[in-house]
Design a protein around this ligand. Structure first.
Ligand code: NI
Length: 183
């Protein structure tokens, strides 16, 4: 399997702090092909041997803006217990409801655009309902919970020019920890 040649931008690129634009439909074939390349990249990055061979960090989500393309699209590849993947291609998403319960990833969040150790936790909703579109422009809804909900919130933030590190107060990186559940 050949690793898709994607150039993932580091956080020093200012474009990562800009808001991406709504996508119009139908989505062109080139953009669709890029989505599948991104998913393939993520799945390969989660395979230890391949990751070692190509010196990759494991990632479960990637937004177009991380490739320098300001379109409101992201993909997620979430590994199941049987090593197959749950794949999502999400266009023009909107969070329509969210749980009051807040959670955080205990080991801290990671991002393929943040190439350094970051101390601190990010408050996230434990469950969210979103609306989004497929390539043809059909409106869909989905519910995400736990780790998948965190991944969706992290990626939706990318579309709004926000990196997870922006959500950590450096003076108090574990703020409100006691009011949230650890994942
Ligand atoms: Ni990220």
């Amino acid at each position: 399997m050949k690793l898709p040649a994607l150039k993932i931008l580091d956080e020093k690129h200012k474009i990562l702090h800009t808001k991406s634009k709504e996508v119009s439909f139908p989505v062109d074939e080139k953009t669709q092909a890029l989505c599948y390349d991104m998913i393939k990249y993520l799945e390969m990055s989660q395979d230890e041997k391949i990751a070692e061979k190509y010196n990759l960090r494991a990632g479960m989500g990637l937004a177009f803006i991380q490739l320098g393309i300001p379109k409101r699209i992201f993909v997620i590849a979430n590994e199941n217990e049987d090593h197959t993947f749950e794949e999502h291609i999400i266009i023009n998403p909107k969070i329509i409801s969210q749980s009051e319960e807040m959670v955080y990833v205990g080991e801290g969040e990671g991002c393929l655009s943040v190439n350094r150790e970051v101390e601190g936790i990010v408050p996230r909703h434990a469950r969210i309902n979103i609306e989004y579109y497929d390539f043809a422009g059909n409106k869909k809804t989905m519910r995400a919970r736990e780790d998948l909900a965190v991944a969706f919130q992290h990626e939706i933030d990318h579309l709004n020019g926000i990196l997870f590190v922006d959500l950590i107060d450096p003076k108090n990186p574990f703020k409100d920890m006691e009011n949230m559940r650890e994942l």
